[in-house]
Design a protein around this ligand. Sequence first.
Ligand code: JCE
Length: 226
Amino acid sequence: MRFDVLTLFPDIFRGYLGQSLLHKAIENGLVETALHDIRQWSEDKHQRVDDRPFGGGPGMVMQVKPVVDCVEAVQAIGEHPGNLIMLTPTGRKLDQQLVEQLVETPRHLLLCGRYEGFDQRVSDILKPMEISIGDFILNGGEVGAMVLIDSMIRLVPGVLGDEQSSHEDSFSSGNRLLEFPQYTRPRVYRGLEVPEILLSGDHQAIAKWREEQSLKRTRERRSDLL
Ligand code: JCE
């Protein structure tokens, strides 16, 4: 899986991409990433990529030319242009079903904006897939791009230590329930004990208890999922 990230702030990604799980996946050739600084496609002598909105209003808007030039240059790298994704608060809301669909494609270009967003003609010309990570406003697309990368790579075979884990996650296909509570050592902490059944060694009883806990939690916290 390859990600090309187009951003005015490539440095934001460096810490995240160096994180252990992802770093190992990159070293093992399972994931490939490339950062592209949109500002390098500005032809302005001051390297500007934003301008005031026509019609007035607060803030600035990302200009169409440097963004389109940057995307087209990155698409020209490699034989397959890849799936262009634009992070935006007005896009399709991200969920696990969409993540599962996206991992079927081997290359994604993640276009991150800043300011008050993009000139509409960026979308009109490039026809990207527009994705929102939730109903709240971020300061730019970068955090959303990291959310996308993070949710996708855990579905790439070999990236997670344990292949089983991601299939049992809440929201994955065939699981509409929240996760059951987990415990590890010590058996008692501040008087709070680990449920007896988890120490019983009775795997059938444990599976049944976990199923019940998942249902109870989902009913109490996320009845919309039932
Ligand atoms: C972004 C901004 C529009 C005012 C580029 C916000 C995605 N789920 C999401 N929430 N926020 C975003 C997002 C993505 C890209 C950009 N802004 C800020 N956008 C109106 C401010 C700029």
